[in-house]
Design a binder for this molecule. Sequence first.
Ligand code: UT7
Length: 319
Amino acid sequence: MGIKVSAVGHALGERVLTNHELAQHIDTSHEWILERTGITQRYISDHKNTSDLGTQALKNACERYNLDPQSIDAIIVATMTPDHFTPSTASLIQAKMGLNPLKIMAFDVNVACSGFVVGLDLASALLESKRFKRIAIIGAEVFSKILDWNDRTTCILFGDGAGAMIIDYDESAPPCVCVNHSEGDLDGTLRACGVPLLQEDARPLILSMQGKDVYRFAVDVIPSVMQECAQKAKLTLESLDHVILHQANQRIMDYAMKRLNLDLSKSISNIAKVGNTSAASIPLAISMALLDGSLHHGESVMVVGFGGGLSYGAASFTL
Ligand code: UT7
């Protein structure tokens, strides 16, 4: 059984924040950020929350491909910066799109930067069950609302955005082969605090991250999970047209491609323009690359997520 990608779209925060602007407020420089991460700017959402960007991305996908939103059976939103604990961001997007409540199932997944790959895994399984025909997977984040803008080790990395991909069950299409793993982390390697049991343990909802540890984790697991996914899909990594890695750091992406002896030009990257948008980064990169012509429908791709959890996963499919 296979999946067909029917539409892709995206949305970005409305304000561009450059490295130079950041360097006016914290002890950093454009050169340091560019050299260590590949980022030159990111988009910040001042007025739109996660469900607004997710709705905008889904509308963009429907409009670009002339697809009727009412034909969507399920919405899965990958996010770690939801508007609320409840209702889910997916339910809010359903309401904002005015989608048929009798037909649609909507829920969020929180697997940090691996969320889109997990959402794709779930969506493929739901389509395979034949209970659903068309599913929208949306990665949406407004990370700026959980950043400590005085912490130069985190605030320079992230940006706000959303990407949406609509997939259909299609008997004749190639399969979507997914693998996902979780290495539970109790040490707070990447954490945004939630609601504690006791009020005295309450801490502000701010992201904290041991960047070096996440870096080491990422360069370790990316090559192995890509090889595992390729093996499961019965293909070679060299045969892929493109690889879309979670856009966390250009150095991580380049290292992984070199370690696997893969052509660097096959790696899709938009991190310079948008920074790390967590669960949104993969569909956002796909959507922007389809628009600028560096990706095309019909090409074979592998997407790779990694990050908080600690979690990691990969999926191979035809765009
Ligand atoms: O989305 C998934 C989760 N996130 C990631 O995957 C992030 C993974 N980690 C990384 O991308 C990198 O570890 C960072 C970009 C976060 C940091 O880069 P690094 O090359 O690992 O730098 P570092 O932490 O080793 O810091 C090197 C130096 C330190 O100074 P000293 O101790 O050598 O004097 C830092 O204090 O750079 C300093 N530094 C900065 N300097 C200027 C740290 N942040 C900054 C900054 N500007 N923004």
